[in-house]
Design a binder for this molecule. Structure first.
Ligand SMILES: C[S@@+](CC[C@H](N)C(=O)[O-])C[C@H]1O[C@@H](n2cnc3c(N)ncnc32)[C@H](O)[C@@H]1O
Length: 294
């Protein structure tokens, strides 16, 4: 069935209320898009983070009376000044999974490839991680995931234990296992992330090497040779006491999810217990790595 898409350009302050209004007007789904395509990070579960100038996009069934719809919206005090909108007729597609068309195999570092599970593997001799992120974050297309994957690819992980703190799709933990780690532990606050990690581990035949925990259920005395955490600068700073104790003495730490402008404050939080390497950046994101004091 074809659909009608209504795109309303607004400010981040009004986006939530407009979203509610579109739902009230019969939209079958409402999504947000950054008008200027500035980088946004995935919101935490239960949190809707909006940004800059926002497009609120409502999807309606094809037989929706668009004139009536616009009249209804224009009557709202939210559009007291102007209603900037665009209406388009869309072909039928699986909208929730449309991004899949644009997700192609990608190489990170020298050995590692992330391959969408529904596509051909370009190099069967490479270290290939077959991935479907499901509802979780982590395909490798975001610079922060890319920075972590490149770091893992450059390490000798053979026989090592790796913790992926904020595992999302499990991409980093599974990549570490495929690169030779003997065991990995994925931790997240979102049960959907643990499910996606479980599915991806199965897809890559590493289920028996991957343990998964909700952050609130982490067992005592968990310790790893390598800890990688791609979350956000704020949580990384707050979690320092919890993340620090997971790294063995002389073990390695890799942090991302940090905007370049936030790197100093994250370095400040970790430098008491780690010898930090120079910060590496990709686009406006960065990676902080270091070695724990022995
Ligand atoms: C940016 S995604 C990273 C996913 C994947 N590791 C990657 O590199 O693409 C951040 C993940 O951290 C999780 N997260 C956020 N805050 C967390 C916390 N305090 N403890 C554990 N996980 C957290 C989110 O649910 C999300 O899955």
């Amino acid at each position: 069935m074809p659909w009608i898409q209504l795109k309303i350009n607004t400010t981040n302050q009004l986006a939530e209320q407009i979203s509610d209004l579109l739902e009230e007007s019969g939209a079958v789904s409402v999504t947000f898009q950054d008008t200027y395509d500035t980088p946004v990070f995935e919101p935490l579960p239960g949190e809707t983070r909006l940004w800059g100038n926002t497009d609120v996009i409502g999807l309606y069934e094809a037989d929706t009376e668009t004139a009536q719809l616009i009249n209804f919206l224009q009557a709202s005090p939210l559009f007291a000044n102007t209603l900037n909108y665009k209406i388009e007729q869309l072909e039928d597609k699986d909208w929730e999974r449309e991004w899949m068309d644009n997700f192609h195999p990608m190489q990170f570092g020298k050995r590692l490839w992330i391959c969408p599970s529904w596509r051909e593997i370009p190099d069967p001799h490479a270290v290939n991680v077959m991935l479907d992120p499901g509802l979780a974050f982590g395909t490798g297309t975001h610079p922060t995931t890319s920075l972590c994957l490149q770091w893992l690819d450059g390490l000798d992980l053979v026989g090592k234990t790796v913790i992926d703190y904020g595992c999302g799709s499990g991409i980093l933990a599974i990549a570490a296992l495929k690169l030779g780690a003997k065991a990995a532990i994925g931790i997240d606050i979102d049960p959907q992330a643990l499910q996606a990690s479980r599915d991806n581990a199965q897809r890559n035949h590493v289920s028996d090497q991957l343990a998964l925990y909700l952050a609130k259920d982490i067992p005592d005395n968990l310790l790893a040779d390598v800890v990688v955490a791609n979350i956000l600068a704020g949580p990384l700073r707050e979690l320092e006491p919890h993340i620090r104790v997971l790294v063995k003495p002389a073990g390695l730490l890799g942090l991302s999810g940090i905007l370049e402008s936030q790197s100093e404050s994250v370095c400040d939080a970790y430098q008491a217990h780690f010898d930090l390497d120079p910060v590496v950046t990709q686009e406006e994101w960065c990676r902080i790595t270091g070695k724990k004091h022995a």
